[in-house]
Design a protein around this ligand. Sequence first.
Ligand SMILES: CC(C)(COP(=O)(O)OP(=O)(O)OC[C@H]1O[C@@H](n2cnc3c(N)ncnc32)[C@H](O)[C@@H]1OP(=O)(O)O)[C@@H](O)C(=O)NCCC(=O)NCCS
Length: 478
Amino acid sequence: MERINNVKSSVTASPKSAPAQPNTLTVVDNRSGKTYSFPIDTNNFVKAEAFAQIKDGQGEPLRLYDPGYTNTINCTSSICYIDGDKGILEYRGIPIEQLAERAEFLEVAYLLIHGNLPTPQQYSVWKRKVMKHTYLNQDLGEMMKTFRYDAHPMGMLISSMAAYSTLHPEANPALRGADVYKDRKLVNKQIYRIIGTIPTIAANAYRHRIGRNFNKPNSSLDYIENFLVMLDQLGAERMRPHKVIVKALNILFILHADHEQNCSTSAVRHLASSGVDVYSALAGGVAALYGPSHGGANEAVLRMLEEIGSPENIPRFIEEVKAKKRRLMGFGHRVYKNYDPRAKIIKRVAEEVFQVVGKEPLIEVATRLEEIALKDEYFVKKKLYPNVDFYTGVIYKALGFPTDMFPVLFAIPRTVGWLAHWHEFIRDKEFKIVRPRQNYVGKRNQPYEDEKNRKFVDNFLDTYESAVSRRREKSLIE
Ligand SMILES: CC(C)(COP(=O)(O)OP(=O)(O)OC[C@H]1O[C@@H](n2cnc3c(N)ncnc32)[C@H](O)[C@@H]1OP(=O)(O)O)[C@@H](O)C(=O)NCCC(=O)NCCS
């Protein structure tokens, strides 16, 4: 991994007339008249720390302001590469198209975490170890049964991952010391356990939601087959999931496995930076993924398509989007300013799935919506293209998944990406607690006033009140 040299030693404060060095950024602070020269890394960035050399009259370092991290690099990584303008996505340098076409999901998991494709022997050890860890701790299974019948499965997933932490104190830096993750065998154990049991937790969440008992995993099956059987098996019947459905999920899992510093992966790194255990860090990752701007978008897309209902309603919907009354879910991306390469692959997968389970009628709305949006100046100008979530929902619906399971189907494979980044980060020599600065614009040095001297400020304190509350309040005796 190439990193830039110690920037501090390269920063110079020199007179304006000094000749500019190649591959440097020259900054003139017009307040002091000083000129600074910062090295530009071959990967086209300058270390933010360099700017701290520039100080104001009070000696305060100059900060960089970037809400939403739209132009900030937060780490050095060699897991995933994206070229958003060209629509390129690679895992460890291998194009996503090749992986989707030829690899198995667990092989990709190995690639993401260990950095290279496994040999046949390594792959067989890896698969055996992951599948050996598909059994879920009984207590966690019992806890999952206590959720309300209509609990959102992402809520169950977040809570189960957090509860998981309580079952493994031996892997918790807060309890066993900060060095616990220096033990590589212990680290591997958590990786096998989490990749192994995430489909079991997801299947339990689904079964709980539909009022059926939990199926036990079958470690002799393939990873995806095992997941599908846990979802669907009733009683003693024997099942072998259809190969087209297995292939489709295999591709969807590969496409969702990683996407460099997206919101949830950054959240996992952020949490792990405090030294919290991997289960708690991942619980935060699942929570971040749940949001409709991120992994919850596939669910939001489906709800949007259902609301549009049929192609003739699209123009009115597009007008509302352009008037900024709503967003076209499944379109746009922070990084891709071109067609998301994953969306192209998913469109093909949809056709294959429809051959087996029948066509989902909403596909007509989705394809027409895409056609219209891609020709509309609003979307063209802003470089808004379909992203990974635009077509996944339609496939999941055709496969009979309830809409609220869609983000869960994203979370299973993304767990691998989170673990790959966690694995990289805990061994990173630049590992440090993530702690950004803020642009403070609030008051300073205010006195603590006695109650009688306080001025009235019209703060908004109302909340909604249910009919039950109103009835109860009327009955309360003063
Ligand atoms: C993914 C997303 C959050 C990226 O956000 P971002 O990089 O912060 O981009 P912004 O929200 O600043 O959007 C840039 C411009 O495009 C518009 N835009 C972005 N996504 C849009 C969408 N899906 N529909 C309509 N307009 C959109 C914004 O209104 C903004 O317009 P403006 O410059 O006139 O204000 C955003 O595109 C989005 O909300 N998409 C829909 C949700 C989704 O599919 N998420 C899954 C991502 S894989």
